[in-house]
Design a protein around this ligand. Structure first.
Ligand code: 4NP
Length: 160
């Protein structure tokens, strides 16, 4: 039986940099709108290298700096996720290719690029893992704030 919640899963390559930031920001955005109990939100990785780990320290610092609570650890996407979630968001074109390859035939989830909901049109949420500083993490945070709002506004319009 469905619990009536909308379900969103945020994906990136390792689930320790971009998708935890996107997940935390999306959760905070719906909480601040009073819609926290209407959403089930999680994040996961394409690859299994960091399963069980907390986010990269730069992602944790960025979330803390912006008062976004986060205590999830990395997991890898499963084939069940494609029928559990309504929306699965990738961060870049490589994520989208991997998601399309892995989606079981006829599965429910809409596979969407998170950056397509950025009103500023900055479509790619770039992988900052190999950067020598935190700037890419801050940029990911800013993109996530715009995309979370942009997507929720898009849903509102769709439901009007
Ligand atoms: P993320 O960044 O996909 O934003 O979590 C990465 C984290 C780890 C790796 C690649 C990207 N890695 O190759 O271990």
């Amino acid at each position: 039986m469905s619990d009536g919640k909308k379900k969103a899963l945020f994906i990136c390559l390792g689930n320790i940099c971009r998708s935890p930031i996107a997940e935390g920001v999306f959760q905070k955005t719906v909480n601040d709108m009073g819609l926290g109990d209407k959403w089930e939100i999680d994040s996961a990785a394409i690859g299994g290298w960091h399963v069980g780990n907390p986010p990269d320290w730069r992602a944790q610092d960025t979330l803390k700096k912006h008062d976004v609570p986060y205590d999830n650890t990395a997991r890898q996407i499963t084939s069940e996720d494609f029928n559990h979630y309504d929306y699965i968001f990738g961060m870049d074109e490589a994520n989208m290719r991997d998601l399309k390859k892995r989606a079981p035939k006829g599965s429910k989830a809409k596979l969407l690029m998170f950056g397509d909901f950025d009103p500023k049109g900055d479509r790619i949420i770039r992988d900052p893992y190999y950067d020598s500083d935190s700037k890419g993490f801050e940029k990911c945070y800013e993109q996530s704030v715009r995309c979370a709002k942009g997507f929720l506004e898009h849903l509102e319009k769709e439901n009007k």
